[in-house]
Ligand binder design. Structure first.
Ligand code: ZN
Length: 101
């Protein structure tokens, strides 16, 4: 279940709503930057790509296979207040319910 604290400033509440929209609809990643590009004998082996969510500022780093362009791994760095408490899981359904009010 989603437990929202309402003893926060209007700015924090506005950001809470942005977080809920991202939880409900997914992130809007922009500003792609490639780094740690690995090449061997002139062929691309792998690289990492960083992007930032336009709405909530979550940062994502994708490690990408340079041969197949498949995603090897995704790493996320969430803004303060985005993550739920330990043991608490906020589903897309929870986020839609909270946004409905
Ligand atoms: Zn987001």
């Amino acid at each position: 279940m989603l437990h929202q604290q309402r003893l926060t400033s209007p700015e924090e509440n506005a950001m809470d709503e942005q977080y809920l929209i991202c939880r409900s609809a997914g992130h809007v990643f922009l500003e792609f930057t490639d780094f740690e590009i690995v090449e061997r004998r002139g062929k691309l082996v792998s690289y990492k790509q960083e992007s930032v969510c336009l709405r909530c500022t979550t940062e994502r780093v994708q490690h990408i296979d340079g041969g197949t362009f498949a995603i090897i791994s995704n790493t996320y760095k969430y803004p303060k207040g985005y993550l739920s408490a330990p043991g608490e899981r906020i589903t897309r359904r929870d986020a839609r319910r909270a946004l409905w009010k």
